[in-house]
Design a protein. Structure first.
Lengths: 199, 499
C-alpha cells in the first residue's frame, strides 16, 4: 500500500526530491526512498540529476498509477463521494485563485502592482479571507478523507501552510513549494487523476 | 415604478441605484447610441430580496408592465410563438465585480418561442441550449418552467442570490466593497451575434491599452456570441478586421467611440454585438489604462484639447511610471493572450516541462502549455517565461508564474500544443523557435524583438516637463517625485479654491 501512496504522491506532486515527497505523504524519508527504489526497478519512476533534477514518473508509472488509483477508488466504493466533493472543490477553486492573486498583486490606480507586503493592514485582510476560505476548504477535505483516508493528508498540509503564513512566514500562501496554493494545486491534480478526468 | 428604471435618456438614477453597468447604458442612450431596449431592477430590490428571501411585493407587477413595454417597443412577444422576445438578465453592481455574479441569456425561450424563432432551426436549438445551460448553472438543477415570466422571475432571483456567493463575498472583502449594497439586474432584449454571417460580437478600446496609441484596439468574433471565446468554440480576430468585413458596423463603432471619448474626456472600453449588420452596444466604461499607456493617453488627450495639462498630470499616478520591461515594438505577433505577470522575456519554445529543463542548459526557454499541472513546475522554474492557452490572470499557472517572478501570458484563445509544435492563428511553429513574450500586454511575438524599459519614452518626458512647470521645480530628482510634487501642488490648490 505504501508503494501506491508514494507512486500517487509523485503523480500529483509532479516531480520532486525526497524531502518534498516525504512531506507530501507524511511518511519517513527512508521509507519513501526505499519505495522509490523499488518503483524505479519496476520502471515506474526515474530520477533525473542536475539543477532541476528529482524523482518523476515514467509513462509506465503514470499508467500503473491510473490503474491502481481507479481500482482503489472503486474497491472503496468511493467514486460517488469523491465526485461530489470534486464538484464542491470546483466551486472553491476560483475563489482560492482570487485570494492568491490578491496576495500577490494589488490593484491601485487601475494598475496591478506586486504586493510588496509593506501594508500590514492589507495583508491581514487577505490572510483573514484565507482563514475564512480554509474553513470551507476543510469541509470538502473532510468529505474526501471520509471517502478515502489518503486525502486526509491534504488537510494536514493546508492547515500547516496556513498556520505558518499566519505566524509570519508570508511565502507559505502562494510563493514556495509547500505553500497553500501548491498543496491545493496538487489536490486539484489528485482529484483529476483519481476520477480519471483529463486536464 | 418603484423598483424598475428604464434604460432610457430621461432616467436620472445614480450608479448606486441602478448599478454601474446600467448607468453606462443609460449614458449611451443619452448620447443617441444604439442600446438594446430594456430596463434595470434597482439595487434596493436586491437588498429586500436578500433580507426577506423573496422578491419584493409589487416587483412582479412591475416586471410584467416593463416586459409589456418591451413587447410593444420591439413588436415582439415574450415567450410567444410569433416574433418571440428573449431577454438577457445580467448583474450590475454600483462597483464593478467582474465575473463574480450570474448572467442568464435567452430568458423567455419557452418551447413555443423556440419554435417561433425564425431563421434556421439550428440557431433556434442552439439558443434554447444556451438558455438551459445558463439557467441550470444559475439556479441549480431546478426544472425550467415553460412560462416566460416564471423564467424571468427565477432568473432575477438567481442574479440577486449570486451577490452572496462566498466568492463574491471574498471579492468584496478584498476590494473594500460593502456587503449590504446588493446588485442591480439589467434585463434587455437579446441581440444575437450568432444570428447569421452578418452578425458577430466583440470588445473594443478606443485606443490601444498596451501603448496608449490613438488607434482602436480589441477583438471581434465573426458569427458568434462573446461567450463562445470562453468555451473555446470560436476564435477572435483583431478588431480592425471588422472594417473590411462590415464597413457600416465599423463606422458606427468608430463614431460611438468618438462620442463616448468626448463625453468621458478619456479613452473608453465598449462591448458590442452586431446582428444582421446592425450594431448594438452592451457595455461601456472608461479605458483605465496603466503604465506607459496611461502616460501616452494623458498627453494625447491634452494635445487634443479634451483635457488641460494639469488634468493630464493628475491622471497619471506615480505607479504608472514604474519601470517594467516590455517589448519595444509589437513585431510579428504570433498570438495574443492576457498578461498575467509583468515583464518581458525571449527564448526558444519548449512544449513540455521536461524539454524546458533540458533546453534551458543551452539558453533561455519559453514554456508553452495548454494549461499547467504540478508536473510543469520544474519546467516553469527552468524557463524564462510561460505561455498557457487556457486560464486567466487568476489561474494556477498565473499564481505560480508570479511566485517565481516569471513573465507570463495566459488565456491565449485558439492556441494549441501538440507533438512538439505550437499552433495559433493559422500558423504552426516547432519547438526551438525563437519567440518573445510581454507579460503586461499579453503579446507573443516571433523572433527576438528589442525590449525596453519605459525610461526613454518621449511622452513621459513631456508629461514630466508639464509636472515641473506646475510645481515650479525643475531640479533633477526621480520621475515619481517630479510627478508627486505636481500632484501635491494641484490638489493643494484645488482645496484652497473650493468654496
Amino acid at each position: 500500500m505504501t508503494s501506491l501512496v508514494v507512486l500517487h504522491a509523485l503523480r500529483c506532486v509532479g516531480f520532486a526530491d525526497l524531502p518534498r515527497l516525504a512531506a507530501a505523504t507524511g511518511l519517513d524519508p527512508a521509507d519513501v526512498e526505499s519505495e522509490l527504489i523499488d518503483l524505479a526497478v519496476a520502471g515506474q519512476v526515474t530520477r533525473t540529476a542536475g539543477a532541476f533534477g528529482g524523482w518523476g514518473l515514467t509513462e509506465a508509472g503514470r499508467a500503473a498509477d491510473a490503474e491502481r488509483i481507479a481500482a482503489e477508488l472503486d474497491a472503496a466504493g468511493a467514486r460517488p463521494a469523491v465526485a461530489g466533493a470534486y464538484d464542491r472543490f470546483l466551486v472553491l477553486n476560483p475563489e482560492l485563485l482570487d485570494l492568491c492573486t490578491a496576495w500577490q498583486l494589488r490593484s491601485a490606480d487601475g494598475t496591478l502592482t506586486p504586493n510588496d507586503h509593506t501594508d500590514a493592514g492589507y495583508d491581514a485582510r487577505v490572510l483573514d479571507r484565507f482563514t475564512d476560505f480554509d474553513r470551507r476548504a476543510e469541509a470538502v477535505c473532510a468529505e474526501l478523507a471520509a471517502a478515502l483516508p489518503r486525502f486526509g493528508r491534504y488537510r494536514v498540509r493546508l492547515a500547516g501552510a496556513l498556520a505558518r503564513a499566519r505566524s509570519g512566514e508570508l511565502d507559505f500562501l502562494t510563493d514556495n513549494l509547500a505553500s497553500y496554493h501548491i498543496v491545493w494545486f496538487q489536490l486539484h491534480e489528485d482529484l483529476l487523476a483519481t476520477l480519471g478526468i483529463p486536464r | 415604478m418603484r423598483w424598475i428604471h428604464r434604460l432610457a435618456p430621461e432616467t436620472a438614477a445614480t450608479a448606486d441605484v441602478v448599478g454601474g453597468k446600467a448607468h453606462g447604458l443609460i449614458l449611451l442612450s443619452r448620447l443617441g447610441l444604439p442600446v438594446p431596449a430594456g430596463f434595470v431592477i434597482g439595487t434596493e430590490a436586491c437588498r429586500v430580496y436578500l433580507r426577506d428571501g423573496r422578491l419584493p411585493a409589487g416587483l412582479g407587477a412591475e416586471l410584467a408592465a416593463a416586459i409589456a413595454g418591451l413587447e410593444s417597443g420591439t413588436g415582439r412577444t415574450f415567450g410567444g410563438p410569433r416574433r418571440p422576445l428573449a431577454v438577457s438578465v445580467r448583474s450590475g453592481a454600483a462597483q464593478s465585480m467582474p465575473g463574480m455574479m450570474t448572467t442568464i441569456l435567452n430568458v423567455g425561450l419557452t418551447a413555443a418561442a423556440t419554435a417561433g424563432l425564425t431563421g434556421d432551426a439550428r440557431f433556434a436549438r442552439d439558443a434554447r441550449r444556451r438558455f438551459e445551460a445558463g439557467f441550470a448553472a444559475a439556479t441549480g438543477d431546478r426544472p425550467v418552467p415553460d412560462d416566460a415570466m416564471g423564467q424571468l422571475e427565477l432568473a432575477v432571483a438567481a442574479v440577486f442570490s449570486s451577490w452572496n456567493t462566498p466568492r463574491a463575498r471574498t471579492y468584496r472583502e478584498l476590494h473594500g466593497i460593502r456587503h449590504d449594497l446588493g446588485t442591480a439586474v439589467i434585463v434587455q432584449a437579446m441581440v444575437f451575434g450568432n444570428r447569421d454571417q452578418q452578425s458577430g460580437s466583440g470588445v473594443a478600446f478606443s485606443r490601444d491599452p498596451n501603448t496608449g496609441e490613438p488607434t482602436p484596439y480589441g477583438e471581434v468574433l465573426f458569427g458568434h456570441q462573446g461567450e463562445d471565446v470562453v468555451s473555446g468554440t470560436a476564435h477572435t480576430h483583431p478588431l480592425p478586421e471588422l472594417a473590411g468585413r462590415e464597413p457600416a458596423v465599423w463606422a458606427g463603432l468608430r463614431a460611438a467611440m468618438r462620442r463616448v471619448e468626448e463625453q468621458y474626456r478619456d479613452a473608453c472600453y465598449l462591448e458590442f454585438t452586431y446582428e444582421a449588420g446592425e450594431l448594438w452596444l452592451l457595455q461601456v466604461r472608461p479605458g483605465r489604462f496603466a503604465g506607459p499607456a496611461a502616460v501616452r493617453l494623458a498627453t494625447d488627450l491634452a494635445d487634443e484639447g479634451l483635457i488641460g495639462r494639469a488634468e493630464a498630470v493628475l491622471r497619471v499616478s506615480p505607479r504608472h511610471l514604474r519601470h517594467t520591461r516590455r517589448l519595444a515594438a509589437a513585431g510579428d505577433v504570433f498570438a495574443r493572450g492576457l498578461g498575467a505577470c509583468p515583464g518581458a522575456a525571449a527564448g526558444r519554445v519548449a512544449t513540455t516541462a521536461d524539454r524546458a529543463c533540458r533546453m534551458a542548459a543551452d539558453g533561455p526557454v519559453i514554456l508553452i502549455r495548454p494549461e499547467t499541472s504540478p508536473v510543469d513546475l520544474p519546467g516553469l522554474a527552468a524557463a524564462a517565461g510561460v505561455v498557457t492557452a487556457r486560464g486567466g490572470p487568476a489561474s494556477h499557472a498565473a499564481v505560480v508564474a508570479r511566485a517565481m517572478g516569471k513573465p507570463a501570458v495566459v488565456g491565449v484563445a485558439g492556441l494549441t500544443v501538440a507533438d512538439g509544435t505550437v499552433r495559433a492563428g493559422g500558423r504552426t511553429i516547432p519547438e526551438g523557435t525563437s519567440i518573445a513574450i510581454d507579460g503586461t500586454s499579453g503579446l507573443v511575438v516571433l523572433g527576438s524583438p528589442p525590449m525596453t524599459t519605459t525610461a526613454a519614452d518621449p511622452h513621459r518626458h513631456r508629461l514630466l516637463r508639464w509636472a515641473d512647470e506646475i510645481s515650479g521645480d525643475a531640479s533633477p530628482r526621480p520621475d515619481a517625485d517630479r510627478l508627486g510634487a505636481a500632484h501635491r501642488h494641484l490638489t493643494g490648490d484645488q482645496e484652497n479654491q473650493s468654496p
